[in-house]
Design a protein around this ligand. Structure first.
Ligand code: APR
Ligand code: ZN
Ligand code: ZN
Length: 361
């Protein structure tokens, strides 16, 4: 029987979000219904509400979530009712050219539930990133459910579903930060701080945090930054070079998504070093660089999609490290809130007051 539960809808461009009753169908083949326990508020949810992603209103927002599988459809064998899972937006297909080459973290044909959730009048909802987890329950593809150790707090676990995974993965997967490396991270919000935590986990010897906000630099220290640079006051390229014997960092992670910070990342890395772009630019942004510098400085200029994560490999591993006290995921939860407080959370996010607000159900 389809069920009616509460969910947070973005009804139209720039209209305030609201809590409404939504209809969750029974899971079909390959699908699962998940009872949501926690879901973080991410910039992407705000972009959906503003119409910055696409025009397929109404959206069911929320996508950084953890919960318990309630029921599964035909043919689902990887998860079962009662499993504690983190939801991911990279359910790999196993058949596309990336998967067939053994690189499933790039899967070019990820999938979501086939059935649609609706409003009670039958209007079809577009779930954010194919998840839609600011709701008491949601319908996803079973491959979007990644089972992890159930002893972790749901508010903490859910964050791995998006921003925190993107940051940690930018360091450990895309940047391949290793023991003894020097790393600089430009932009110390939730994503940049996660890149700092990931760099510490990977054994980086020097981690330089760059931001324009001293409050963010303070938090970055707690995450593992060994040095901080306020780039409003100090030229970050010079500062990073000075802190690395005059050479630049082995890996520079750009977690803002702007041309000027990308340029800083490009020039703040050592010869043959790596730049990782994990901040997401907007369509009008352009970058101009001397091609000779691109050639002459060598190394790698990479982008990191969702931290190049493979959920089945990375989520359980990072939760285990957290439970062992080696990765403080709890530090990313600034506050826990209720379903009807998301507008306020957007406001606080906009002002840079939080790393993550997490809805707890
Ligand atoms: N130089 C350095 N830091 C900057 C600059 C700048 N020019 N402009 C902004 N920042 C800092 C902000 O002060 C803030 O600490 O970047 C940080 C951005 O953090 P958040 O707004 O919390 O964003 P976050 O969730 O970390 O995401 C960062 O990654 O996934 C993408 O879409 C996301 O593009 C966004 C980026
Ligand atoms: Zn694939
Ligand atoms: Zn997100």
């Amino acid at each position: 029987m389809p069920q009616e539960v509460r969910g947070v809808i973005a009804p139209g461009r720039d209209e305030p979000v609201r809590v409404e009753m939504i209809v969750i169908p029974d899971p079909g083949p390959g699908e699962a219904v998940v009872k949501i326990q926690a879901c973080g508020v991410c910039h992407t949810d705000l972009h959906y509400k503003q119409g910055g992603i696409n025009d397929e209103f109404p959206f069911l927002l929320g996508h950084e979530a953890a919960g318990v599988v309630e029921s599964v459809g035909e043919g689902v064998t990887d998860v079962a009712p009662g499993d504690f899972v983190i939801l991911n937006w990279r359910a790999v297909c196993g058949r596309c050219r990336a998967c067939l080459r053994g690189r499933p973290w790039y899967c070019f044909d990820t999938h979501n539930a086939e059935q649609r959730m609706t409003l009670t009048d039958g209007t079809e909802l577009s779930p954010a990133l194919g998840i839609g987890a600011f709701a008491e329950k949601t319908l996803v593809a079973a491959g979007q459910c990644t089972k992890v150790d159930a002893s972790v707090s749901p508010a903490v676990a859910g964050l791995l579903g998006c921003g925190v995974m993107a940051g940690i993965g930018a360091a450990i997967n895309t940047g391949a930060v290793g023991r003894g490396d020097s790393v600089a991270v430009i932009g110390c919000g939730g994503v940049g701080d996660a890149a700092i935590a990931g760099s510490r986990l990977a054994g980086a010897a020097k981690i330089i945090a760059v931001d324009i906000d001293d409050r963010k630099l303070e938090t970055a220290r707690g995450m593992g930054a060994t040095h901080t640079v306020n780039s409003r006051a100090t030229d970050p390229v010079e500062a990073i070079r000075e802190l690395t014997g005059g050479f630049g960092a082995d890996v520079v992670i750009e977690a803002v998504g702007r041309p000027e910070t990308y340029r800083q990342a490009f020039y703040a890395r050592d010869l043959a070093g790596t730049v990782v772009l994990v901040g997401v630019p907007t369509p009008e942004m352009k970058l101009e660089l001397p091609l000779l510098d691109v050639f002459g400085r060598g190394g790698a200029l990479k982008s990191s999609w969702y931290g190049d994560c493979l959920p089945s490999r990375d989520f359980p591993m990072l939760i285990d490290l957290h439970l062992q006290g080696r990765l403080d995921l709890g530090a990313f939860v600034t506050e826990t809130i209720q379903l009807d407080e998301i507008e306020k959370a957007f406001e606080r996010m906009h002002h840079g007051d939080v790393l993550r607000s997490v809805v707890v159900l």
